[in-house]
Design a protein around this ligand. Structure first.
Ligand SMILES: [Zn+2]
Ligand SMILES: [Zn+2]
Ligand SMILES: [Zn+2]
Length: 351
C-alpha cells in the first residue's frame, strides 16, 4: 500500500490511523480521493482540506473503520457496506477480532479499487454482488465453514485469534496463514465467477492453464485431505492446497497475485532499491521505479520481487522471525500469475 501523510502536519500515517500522533488531527480515508485527510470540525460534519463536507462511516463508532463518506451517504463506507453478518459484540473480545477482520477487509477493498475491479454490495441472494459473513462458529452452533458461494464470503471469527490461527496453520502444515490471505483467497473465487465463468474465451484460456474445473469438487477435496498433495507439487503450484482442485489453484494464485501487488506497491512508495553485495549477481539488483497497479508487464513485477523478498526474508531472519515471503515461484506459477495480471488489466469496470 502507498504511504499516507497527515494533510495538516505531513507526518507519515498508517491507513488505519484515526488520529495523527504528531498534531492530534482527526484523520479519515476518503475512497473517492484514495487518500487520508486531516479533518476540521464543521457544524455537524467534518471538513476535508479542500472544503468538502464529509462524515465518518457508522462503524467509526466502534473504532473499526476510519473511512469517510459523503454527508448524504447511507451510513456505511464502501468496505463496511459489504457486511451482511458481524459477530455478537457483547461477547468478550469479539470487537477486537472484528477490528482485525475490518483492517484486512478495508485493505482488500483498497486494492480491488486500485485494480478497478467491480466491488458492490449484494442486494438479493441471487444478484452478483458481494456479502461478507464474519461469524462465530461456537455461537452459531452449526458446522459453518469458511468459503465462498455466489458472492457470499464466510470468514470464521476464530481466524482473528492469533493462537487459534497458528494452531490451524501448524496442523495443516501451511507456511503462511493470515486474515488478509483468507480474504484474498475467497475474493479470488468470486472474481473467477465474474471474470472467467461469464466469458467463454477466458474460461477456455483458464482451463488450458489451470485444468478443467468440471472434475468433481467435493471428491477432489476429499482426496486432497486424505492423501495430501501430489509429490513435487512445487513445480506447478503456489501452495499444497492449490493442488486440490483447479478452483483452489486459481484462488490460491489470485491471493498470491494480490500479495505481490500490495507488497510491490509498498516497496515502490518507500523507494526500496535492492543492491546486495554479491558476486556476479546483477539479476539480484532491483530498483523500485514502478507502481505495480500501473504496470503492464508482469515480468517487471516479478523481477523486482525476487531480490526484494530475499532482502526482506534476510531481515526477518535477523530478528529471529519466520520469512516474510515463504514461497517459491516456479515457471508454471509465473504463467498462472501472468494470466491473472493480464485478465485483471483487461477489465475496465466503471464503479
Ligand atoms: Zn498531523
Ligand atoms: Zn466503514
Ligand atoms: Zn477456496
Amino acid at each position: 500500500m502507498k504511504i499516507f501523510q497527515c494533510s495538516h502536519c505531513e507526518n507519515p500515517i498508517f491507513f488505519e490511523n484515526t488520529i495523527c500522533q504528531k498534531c492530534g488531527s482527526w484523520l479519515g480515508y476518503f475512497d473517492e480521493s484514495k487518500d487520508m485527510h486531516a479533518l476540521q470540525p464543521n457544524l455537524e460534519y467534518w471538513q476535508l482540506p479542500d472544503g468538502r463536507q464529509v462524515k465518518y462511516c457508522q462503524n467509526h463508532d466502534y473504532d473499526v473503520c476510519n473511512w469517510l463518506i459523503k454527508t448524504d451517504g447511507d451510513g456505511y463506507c464502501a468496505a463496511c457496506h459489504l457486511n451482511h453478518t458481524i459477530p455478537n459484540l457483547e461477547v468478550d473480545s469479539a470487537i477486537e477480532k472484528w477490528r482485525y477482520f475490518e483492517s484486512a477487509k478495508h485493505r482488500l477493498v483498497y486494492s480491488l479499487r486500485r485494480l478497478q475491479l467491480p466491488v458492490r454490495r449484494k442486494e438479493t441472494p441471487e444478484d452478483d454482488g458481494l456479502w461478507f459473513h464474519f461469524v462465530d462458529k461456537e455461537l452459531e452452533g452449526k458446522d459453518i465453514k469458511m468459503g465462498h458461494a455466489n458472492g457470499e464470503i464466510t470468514i470464521l471469527l476464530s481466524e482473528a485469534d492469533s493462537v487459534q490461527r497458528e494452531m490451524i496453520r501448524k496442523d495443516l502444515k501451511e507456511p503462511y496463514r493470515t486474515m488478509i490471505g483468507h480474504l484474498r483467497h475467497e475474493i479470488g473465487h468470486y472474481y473467477w465467477d465474474q471474470l472467467v465463468w461469464k466469458n467463454a474465451d477466458n474460461l477456455q484460456a483458464f482451463r488450458s492453464i489451470f485444468g478443467n474445473e468440471q472434475v468433481d469438487y467435493t471428491e477432489s477435496l476429499r482426496t486432497y485431505y486424505n492423501a495430501g498433495p501430489a509429490a513435487q507439487w512445487q513445480g506447478q503450484y503456489i501452495s499444497a492446497y492449490a493442488t486440490a482442485h483447479p478452483w483452489e489453484d486459481w484462488a490460491e494464485t489470485w491471493a498470491h497475485y494480490m500479495h505481490l501487488i500490495d507488497t510491490m506497491e509498498t516497496a515502490y512508495h518507500f523507494g526500496l532499491d535492492v543492491e546486495p553485495e554479491l558476486r556476479n549477481a546483477e539479476h539480484m539488483h532491483a530498483k523500485a521505479t514502478f507502481d505495480p497497479y500501473e504496470t503492464q508487464d508482469f515480468k517487471q513485477i516479478l523481477d523486482y520481487s525476487l531480490p526484494l523478498f530475499y532482502a526482506m526474508n534476510s531481515i526477518n531472519r535477523s530478528m529471529g522471525i519466520s520469512d516474510l515471503y515463504p514461497f517459491v515461484i516456479s515457471d508454471s506459477v509465473v504463467q498462472k500469475l501472468t494470466f491473472i495480471h493480464d485478465l485483471v488489466r483487461s477489465v475496465k469496470w466503471t464503479q
